[in-house]
Design a protein around this ligand. Structure first.
Ligand code: SF4
Length: 102
């Protein structure tokens, strides 16, 4: 008789999302189009970061974004470039802050 192990999916708690400051705000504020112009991106990210800055669940959001990892958009009061830097620092790697190729 053989025993088969069945892996269960990890339990992920997204309950923090119900308290998010971005609820009701269009997703386009946090994630721009592929062909977004640099100045538009700077403006959009500044707006998104203002929302995140007042968000009561930004720490949980940032942990989620780092763990997945979320490569695009503003999450947890960080831009994609800031998260690259955080992940690199976590691995002990120094970066110039320049983004990876997306
Ligand atoms: S930190 Fe920003 S992206 Fe994350 S839940 Fe809060 S408002 Fe939304």
């Amino acid at each position: 008789m053989s025993v088969t192990r069945v892996r269960s999916a990890p339990v992920v708690d997204y309950s923090w999302q119900v308290s998010a400051a971005c609820v009701g705000i269009p997703g386009e504020v946090f994630l721009g189009p592929d062909d977004e112009r640099p100045l538009d991106r700077i403006r959009r990210e500044a707006l998104a970061l203002r929302v995140c800055g007042a968000c009561p669940v930004r720490d949980a959001c940032l942990q989620h974004a780092l763990q997945v990892p979320e490569r695009y958009g503003v999450w947890g009061n960080t831009t994609p470039e800031q998260r690259l830097t955080l992940r690199a620092a976590d691995r002990g790697v120094q970066t110039s802050g320049a983004p990876d190729v997306y």
